[in-house]
Design a protein around this ligand. Sequence first.
Ligand code: B12
Ligand code: SF4
Length: 516
Amino acid sequence: MVMKVLLVNPPYQTLTSNLGVGHQVPLGLLMVGGAVIDAGFETELLDAEALHLSDDEIVEHVARRRPDVVMTGHAGSTPAHPICVRMLGQIRRAFPGITTVYGGVFPTYHARAILRDEPAVDIIVRGEGEATAVELVGALAAGGHAMLPMVRSIAFRQGDQVVQTPEREPIGDLDRFRTAWELIDDWDLYRCFGLGRAAIVQFSRGCPHRCTYCGQQGFWKRWRHRDPVHLADEIARLHREHGVRFITLADENPTTSKAEWRRLLEEIIARRVDVHFFATIRATDIVRDADMLDLYKRAGILYLLLGIDTTDPEIQVRINKRSTPAADGRACRLLRQHGIRSIAGHIVGLGEETWADFRRARRVLSAYDADLLNVMYATPHSWTRFAEESAGRAVVQEDQRKWDYRHQVLGERRLSPRALFAAVKWLELAHHLHPRRLPRLLWHRDRVLRRQFRWTQLHIGLVWIGEIVEFVLKTKFARRPRALREWLVKHRVWCEGEGREERVQVTVSRTAARVR
Ligand code: B12
Ligand code: SF4
């Protein structure tokens, strides 16, 4: 049977995309799309996020295209989940015969709960999607839903049971599948940092570290990387054929192997493409690479996000960050010396903060002198050790769309949500309006950097104001907050698979006993 697949990026909107960096290509869907196209299936993409489509408009599109399978999933997986199921609900009502497939991080860990509660979701793809999607669409084409038990790494309903099939091995050769860039009709929808057309690519998957609040290692299983030559060729092609000027590396930890990272930078330099890059790299790896930061610069790296997370050495140990304030400060200074803009990621809510902690964080961050500061709220993804450790803390934000690092989720004993919000906004303002920054904004000698200073200052300002307006007009907190363990149990979103479900439940009951 000929199968028609429609990939839909759900219409999940954030201030950070709309007022900040801009909409980005839905890389996960494009990668799944490449695999499915190469297996011979007709495939299309509808980016309802970048096009700002309503659910009705999406349903109209589905009516025109009449796919057999609708596949969805979003990078901002947890906060986008309510939007994904709402959208699939509308599609299901209009077209009961279409098979719906849902993938990504959040559905991977919560497959059972989602399939129990959301009749609009037929099948969940667990883990990385390429190989599974090919096997799944092939099985549906060959024999419909009866073939599902043969497909590895999926979950589906059978009667009133949820079936989870055995997990497949992580993809060993990441160059085996390609990204379906041809699915993008209008490249002008995707822009970043005011530098023109933008794409996202992935050099590697996984991370060898174990920060307690992060679940990336569990999802990708082990660190693997693409051939640097193939990736550099792909970047050159994106520039030549689609006019791409800015690239985000989607890697959790692209620098895991210094030798492979160096090869990638050298291959990019050899292609002499006028492309700038954004990547997330550990401060300790910047310090390790002090002798090759000129390669970073020559390859076009313009922005690096450093997961500094906290300025408190005790909390660094508690979250297993395996960095030190000395390394964090040195990394920011090294980047400045090499003309690379640093963005310090700082997380509030890892401990119980006071205003004094915020003042201290401002002083230390100011001494690091990162160009930009990205303050995020600790978010207890149920599959992380941080969630287990926070099981007794109150959940003050019950709207899952706001579990997006930009809204407070866990209550703090010493600061009310309003006070914490004020402290965060003060920290952001104090950092970005530091008197040291003004001369760089007006007179920096590098024209590209000067333009970037101004562009980012403007857009950070817009997001800053937008978030205050949103806080005042639209943000509500739980009247009677529940403990995280209760919240997870009520929403049936404790972790699943590989014994995690049992492990989390044990921790939940242990914490409950302690609370009693
Ligand atoms: C690049 C990136 C961004 C970029 C671009 C996002 C985009 N539109 O693609 C920017 C900076 C804009 C961004 C913003 C946000 N991001 Co972001 N981002 C990332 C990053 C670094 C990489 C994402 C990525 O492309 N991965 C590579 C692709 C291939 O992986 P993938 O999407 O998971 O897809 C694979 C599988 O999951 C699966 N799959 C996924 N979907 C589907 C669907 C189907 C049908 C199938 C079969 C399979 C499948 O198959 C794919 C291929 O194997 C990750 C951190 C990380 N390193 O993973 C965070 C991350 C995805 N972001 C996250 C969040 C929360 C956000 C924001 C909500 C933050 C905010 N408040 O603004 C926003 C969302 C805004 C938006 N509109 O996208 C979280 C998600 C947390 C979670 N697990 O729930 C992550 C994981 C960060 C983290 N460490 O926690 N982000
Ligand atoms: S936060 Fe970064 S370094 Fe830590 S485990 Fe996650 S991806 Fe790795």
